[in-house]
Design a protein around this ligand. Structure first.
Ligand SMILES: Cc1ncc(COP(=O)(O)O)c(C=O)c1O
Ligand SMILES: [Zn+2]
Length: 393
């Protein structure tokens, strides 16, 4: 197949070996699935010719494909006609006044086609599956990635095999059923679902959309920050706060910033703050102790989307926070519930608990004076409130 994208190569995050995109599918064989995740590199000189601020502004494409030259797409005819990205960045005076943070912006990703940030990654994954000639796609997920890839697979007419914990909130399960996914309910945790999906996908030759191991997901997940910088008139904010489970959204945000910096479209980096739930915070512990990530066997939180005992994108996520000079912090379930209510009650934004974790992180850091009123702070709201209504019924 003739390559149309501007990708130059893939590179292992640990041993730094470089690979041609056609040489392998998922991770570096020398370093394995956890340490051997891959970065996608572009020919930035080539990108620059077709990717100026003016060219983007004049594209009149109001979804994340407005950044196509910086995405890993070889055949654009496989892009599904579903809404992904170009979501609002909201500066909400009433909420900001209540929090005493005039420079607070909310990136509301609940309006994506399956109602979460994961559509950014799934929209890329389905293109890769089609380009590579796969006949089926698979994913393990706490729920949102599953709902998301099921939507794109339905749109493309591709069978989709989904591994989710049997504790999945009913709205997410309803999405899977509606999109006709083959649902494998795993009696166990998300971490167990992940392993089962790895095994079965290899056995059956399904294209595996599991987070972190698939290098192209990070590219889809970076588009939120391309939008944030453009929406702020190509100024990087001071701080970006991201809810973290496996760490792939966070590492995607960092990748987007690196790409923009290399292209001289921003002139500084924000601090990245990764927020985990206190009952599921292995990255917070590893960051604070400057140690390896230790699996939390009994991870538990009301924020099911970030209930992850062993984060799969740990290498990239820790690297991102270290390089940005940021932090990992944890918030309690009570703080998450309070932030969720604050968003709905003061701003009219109903988000799922995992999304509210990021605002809970802002509130905590503001109390500790680590975020101040003069800063531009962007919070990622990663999933819609109707995904999980248990707290309100
Ligand atoms: C709503 C929501 N927020 C945050 C996350 C965390 O993303 P990641 O696992 O990439 O850290 C997820 C992942 O499922 C999610 O669905
Ligand atoms: Zn390697």
């Amino acid at each position: 197949m003739k390559r149309q994208s501007n990708i130059s190569h893939l590179q292992c995050v640990t041993c730094h070996r470089e690979y041609e995109p056609d040489e392998l599918e998922y991770t570096c064989p020398e370093c394995g699935p956890l340490k051997g995740t891959l970065d996608v590199h572009y020919n930035y000189k080539k990108v620059k010719k077709v990717f100026s601020k003016e060219q983007i502004r004049d594209s009149h494409i109001y979804n994340h494909w407005r950044y196509l030259p910086l995405l890993p797409v070889e055949n654009p005819s496989y892009i599904q006609p579903l809404q992904v990205g170009w979501t609002p960045l909201i500066n909400h005076p009433r909420l900001n006044q209540a929090l005493d943070l005039p420079g607070l912006y909310l990136k509301d990703d609940g309006g994506n086609v399956s109602a979460s940030y994961k559509d950014r990654a799934s929209s890329v994954a389905i293109v890769k599956a089609l380009e590579k000639g796969y006949k089926a796609i698979s994913a393990a997920s706490s729920g949102n990635a599953a709902a998301s890839i099921s939507a794109f697979a339905a749109s493309a007419g591709m069978p989709c095999h989904i591994f989710v914990p049997d504790t999945i909130p009913s709205a997410k399960l309803a999405q899977l059923r509606a999109y006709n996914a083959d649902i494998i309910l795993v009696k166990g945790t998300y971490d167990q679902a992940f392993e089962e999906c790895m095994k079965e996908s290899e056995k059956h030759g399904w294209y595996n959309r599991n987070t972190a191991i698939n290098p192209y997901l990070c590219e889809g997940k970076k588009t939120g920050v391309l939008e944030i910088c453009e929406q702020l008139n190509w100024q990087a904010p001071d701080v970006i706060i991201i809810p973290v489970g496996d760490g792939c959204i966070l590492s995607g945000i960092w990748k987007g910033l690196i790409d923009l910096y290399k292209l001289e479209m921003i002139d500084r980096y924000p601090y990245l703050i990764g927020v985990q739930a206190a009952g599921s915070a292995p990255l917070v512990r590893a960051f604070n102790d400057n140690s390896e990530v230790i699996s939390m066997e009994n991870a538990s939180t009301i924020a099911d989307s970030i209930c992850v005992g062993y984060p799969r994108d740990q290498v990239k996520a820790l690297r991102a926070v270290h390089q940005s000079g940021g932090l990992f912090i944890s918030v309690t379930d009570e703080q998450i519930a309070e932030a969720r209510q604050m968003l709905a009650g003061k701003a009219g934004l109903f988000v799922e608990p995992a999304a509210a974790a990021s605002l809970a992180g802002v509130m905590k850091l503001h109390d500790e004076n680590k975020i101040t009123s003069d800063q531009t702070v962007v919070v990622l709201l990663t999933g819609h409130g109707l995904k999980d209504i248990r707290a309100y019924v």
